[in-house]
Design a protein around this ligand. Structure first.
Ligand code: CA
Length: 237
């Protein structure tokens, strides 16, 4: 491989639909990535073990196994980012995929800019978490909003926003993983512990209060959006 490729990231595309796979590979190449392909689960496992890609794009509907099996298998030994490519209307599948350790999902049909934005976010997050551990005094900035994780201080422009302890925990959890969708169950377990009821009501009430404090128009949030049937995502700006 030429030295020009030494800084390029490799991305394994696990997809049995040839036309979708080709479309994604062309997009990856023009985005400066090196695409690898696998058209079924067994081939994917071989490619993963032999190439150690920097990121995985995974179709859940594979001919020989459920894509969820791939996620479980990879997560036993690797934290490589996994973005699930899924069909519209399969919210339950997306939630399963995220809860088993996928980093994000993208819904077919999608545009190239959306795909490459998701890839950049996932790679950046992987770089951050594989670095020197917990980012102590990190400040997350999204537009006019800045969340100082070290000082536990949230500013909107010049104005400090006061949250309850629970509200702050939710905001900082989303901020630490800015750009990623967090499922309702994941947030509930992180905030209220593993024995909390998985009823979303308490989370929804807190999110409504957060948005009232944070958003100009809480019905059209700019900072924390709802991924319908899946969870919440703090948008990157
Ligand atoms: Ca498929």
């Amino acid at each position: 491989m030429s030295s020009i490729n030494q800084n390029k990231r490799t991305i394994l595309v696990i997809e049995d639909d040839k036309s979708i796979s080709n479309f994604i590979c062309t997009a990856l190449q023009s985005g400066g990535y090196i695409p690898l392909t696998a058209s079924d689960g067994e081939q994917a496992k071989q490619m993963l073990a032999s190439h150690g890609p920097d990121l995985i794009l995974l179709d859940l509907g594979l001919p020989d196994m459920d894509g969820i099996e791939i996620i479980k298998w990879v997560r036993e030994w690797s934290s490589v980012p996994i973005i699930v490519v899924s069909a519209r209307g399969r919210e339950a599948d997306k939630v399963d995929a995220l809860d088993f350790g996928a980093d994000d999902y993208i819904t077919k049909p999608f545009g190239l800019s959306e795909l490459t934005a998701r890839i950049r976010t996932a790679l950046r997050h992987a770089d951050r978490t594989s670095g020197s551990g917990a980012p102590g005094g990190e400040t997350v900035t999204v537009g006019d909003l800045s969340i100082d994780i070290g000082k536990r201080r949230v500013m909107l422009g010049e104005r400090e926003i006061r949250f309850t302890a629970i509200e702050y925990k939710i905001v900082s959890l989303l901020a630490k993983q800015v750009g990623r969708v967090l499922t309702y169950d994941y947030i509930i377990k992180e905030i209220w512990g593993p024995y909390a009821s998985s009823d979303n009501q308490i989370l929804r009430v807190n999110m409504a209060n957060i948005r009232r404090k944070l958003e100009e128009n809480p019905a059209e949030p700019k900072y924390i959006v709802t991924e319908l049937g899946v969870g919440y995502r703090m948008l990157e700006k």
